[in-house]
Write a new protein. Structure first.
Ligand code: SF4
Length: 319
């Protein structure tokens, strides 16, 4: 069982990076394999709404091998084939990413998770879901399997500001997300929160307040990304009608925002990523033309220049 202690920034970086976190918890090099397990989403099938979140286009979630008409085992095998030549000793975490991966009766969830865990090269599962789609019976089950396997639940919270959540049609409030994260932690299961920076009508102050609010939660990891407008989504339509609702960051502006965010973030959290790069053909506006690692290198260089660390703003305030 892989448990997290409080992090002490031993990664030689100015923030707790995900690669160091994986190194600390696994003997082998680890790689996430994305799976599309054929789940639906209550915000799309009518249980909550038919429209979905205004930015959502699940095409952006998936690599090509990852199709729900293939079995989970086949998707894992094909994902592994992609990496195995270069890293023969690598092991894998099955990442249930597309749609809402806890949205089915428990026996079906168990069957899907256990198919992934039965793969001889898979050491754990990461389950992406909405905070309103968990319950005690699921958490009890995950608590049991977490005794032998790595298990993390990744919650899409996107914003801590309820007006924004309403505008983007998330179908839940921030309080629901808080409750889900606290409950999951009480079961001893690792939690990750996903947030989007740059959602419509959010000022820099509101975005920084996300860092302050989530820092109070029992989270292990966070994932951030800049808002990207995907063609064909409701949000792309809103951008055309109301461009004044949006501020699309340049890469340099986003780096400055991220640095303020990181400085106000709980220093025990691991930051899994900062940006997302959807395929250019899906984007309504031009991307930055930077690969993720190039972006991260620029961010780290700027943190070095400024001599700042994750959470240092919080520590300064305490002293
Ligand atoms: S909850 Fe996820 S899958 Fe469902 S509509 Fe929103 S972004 Fe899309």
């Amino acid at each position: 069982m892989h448990k997290i202690d409080v992090y002490t920034m031993d990664s030689k970086k100015r923030y707790n990076d995900y690669a160091s976190y994986l190194k600390k918890h696994f003997q082998n090099k680890m790689q996430k394999i994305t799976i599309h397990a054929g789940f639906s989403c209550p915000n799309r099938d009518g249980k909550i709404s038919f429209g979905g979140c205004t930015y959502c286009n699940n095409q952006t979630f998936n690599p090509e091998y990852c199709q729900p008409n293939k079995s989970i085992t086949q998707q894992i095998d094909e994902g592994i084939q992609f990496f195995q030549k270069k890293y023969p000793d690598q092991r894998y975490l099955a990442y249930f990413q597309a749609y809402t991966n806890t949205y089915d009766p428990l026996p079906i969830l168990i069957q899907k998770y256990e198919e992934a865990l039965a793969h001889p090269l898979v050491d754990g599962i990461i389950i992406g879901t909405r905070p309103d789609c968990i319950d005690h019976s699921l958490l009890q089950y995950l608590q049991q399997i977490a005794k032998q396997h790595y298990v993390m639940i990744e919650y899409g919270i996107e914003s801590t500001h309820n007006e924004t959540l309403e505008l983007i049609n998330r179908g839940h409030t921030y309080e629901v997300a808080e409750e889900a994260i606290r409950l999951t932690a009480r079961y001893g299961i690792e939690t990750c929160a996903h947030l989007i920076l740059g959602l419509p009508n959010e000022s820099v102050e509101i975005m920084l307040s996300h860092a302050q609010k989530i820092s109070q939660l029992p989270l292990n990891c966070i994932k951030l990304h800049q808002l990207q407008l995907i063609k064909g989504t409701k949000m792309a339509e809103q951008y055309t009608m109301h461009p004044e609702w949006f501020h699309l960051f340049t890469a340099d502006e986003y780096i400055e925002l991220l640095i303020q965010f990181i400085r106000q973030l709980n220093p025990s959290f691991v930051i899994e990523r900062f940006v997302s790069q959807s395929p250019p053909s899906l984007l309504l506006t031009n991307g930055w033309g930077l690969k993720n690692y190039e972006f991260t290198a620029k961010l780290e260089k700027r943190m070095n220049q400024l001599n700042v660390h994750q959470g240092d703003y919080l520590l300064d305030q305490r002293n």
